[in-house]
Design a protein around this ligand. Structure first.
Ligand SMILES: CC(C)(COP(=O)(O)OP(=O)(O)OC[C@H]1O[C@@H](n2cnc3c(N)ncnc32)[C@H](O)[C@@H]1OP(=O)(O)O)[C@@H](O)C(=O)NCCC(=O)NCCS
Length: 322
């Protein structure tokens, strides 16, 4: 049986850091409120010259070095992003060119905060069916570009960053299961309500900004993590003790804690980076994974569970032998 195995991981955070104290100077908020309601202390924000493609490229180069693969080995590139550089071509194609990779399929997946899990699911299917042998699965976001810095209800929540895994075909166990889902019913609860086809004139300044009903999203996120927990438990035939580490999407510490409780995972086995990174949407899981691998918590042979929830609504999970 062929598995898709994580052969390498890399991530990249922009140098500029915006703390809660910095936000206090920009809007009517406080460090205490943000930490209490979200667990966030700071977030990284791109400079004018950085873009989703440039930070995604940096993460990909680190993951390729970690996996000891070169451009000639890569035969699939998928980028999960809600903040692509351009309408087209895909950010994946821009990264492909900059890496010097030729000819392989390269495309973006738009599933908001579930983008990395969607991309991982798709790459897993390619590898298992022989369509690819070495894939780059990237989550990269520049959410600061769609943040309304005058809206304290959303501006405090998001950050920029990128993460990448190299998936390789292997006889050894790798990705054990994946699930992806969507329910378009809740489009208006979390969205950027403008775009190329419907236009930009309905927005305040002709700019594209995140709009969210925070309370309703919070409720749906917690309910959805319950569904994810049940689906994963069914895969594992009820043995949550087999999971060494839970690596959830990093939206809010209270959502992460509720999700861990639903799963029956003690917090010592949950990877949380939301305090340092805020919500980096499609980048948050590979960023958290990379941090926990680098600091020695996650080791080869550990069983990991990823779970994500985002606009759409979209959601999904993966159980992975690292
Ligand atoms: C956004 C969120 C942190 C707000 O927390 P909450 O406890 O629900 O707070 P509420 O929205 O009920 O607001 C409570 C009060 O705080 C105020 N408030 C909102 N943002 C604030 C901020 N940044 N600083 C200070 N006060 C703020 C509100 O105006 C409100 O004041 P009022 O009672 O005078 O009207 C929370 O709803 C949340 O995390 N939602 C999910 C968001 C998310 O993760 N989205 C991405 C999913 S992938």
């Amino acid at each position: 049986m062929t598995y898709a195995r994580i052969a390498g991981i890399g991530s990249f955070l922009p140098e500029k850091v915006v703390t809660n104290k910095d936000l206090e100077k920009m809007m009517d908020t406080s460090d205490e409120w943000i930490r209490e309601r979200t667990g966030i202390k700071r977030r990284h924000v791109v400079s004018d010259s950085e873009t989703t493609a440039s930070i995604g490229l940096a993460a990909a180069e680190r993951a390729m070095a970690d996996a000891k693969v070169g451009p000639a080995d890569i035969d699939l590139i998928i980028v999960g992003t809600a903040t692509p550089d351009k309408v087209f071509p895909a950010t994946a194609c821009m990264i492909q060119r900059r890496l010097g990779v030729k000819g392989c399929p390269a495309f973006d997946v738009q599933a908001a905060c579930s983008g990395f899990i969607y991309a991982l699911d798709i790459a897993n299917r390619f590898i298992k069916t022989g369509g690819a042998t070495t894939a780059l699965v990237i989550g990269a976001e520049t959410l600061s570009r769609i943040t309304n810095w005058e809206d304290r209800g959303t501006a405090v929540l998001f950050g920029d960053g990128a993460g990448c895994v190299v998936l390789q075909a292997s006889d050894e166990a790798g990705i054990i299961s994946t699930h992806i889902h969507a329910d378009g019913e809740y489009e208006d609860l979390l969205h950027v309500p403008c775009g190329i086809s419907i236009g930009y004139d309905q927005t305040r300044s002709g700019r594209a900004f995140i709009e969210m009903n925070g309370n309703a999203v919070f409720k749906r996120a917690v309910e959805t993590f319950d569904k994810i927990a049940r689906e994963t438990m069914a895969d594992l035939e009820g043995e949550i003790g087999d999971i060494d580490w839970f690596v959830p999407h990093q939206a809010n510490m209270r959502i992460i804690t509720a999700a861990a409780r639903k799963l029956g995972m003690p917090m010592e086995r949950v990877i949380a980076t939301v305090d340092e990174h805020a919500n980096t949407s499609g980048a948050s899981i590979p960023l958290a994974l990379d941090q926990a691998v680098r600091d020695g918590r996650i080791k080869r042979g550990d069983t990991l569970m990823f779970a994500a929830f985002g606009a759409g609504f979209t959601w999904g999970s993966a159980v992975v032998k690292y």
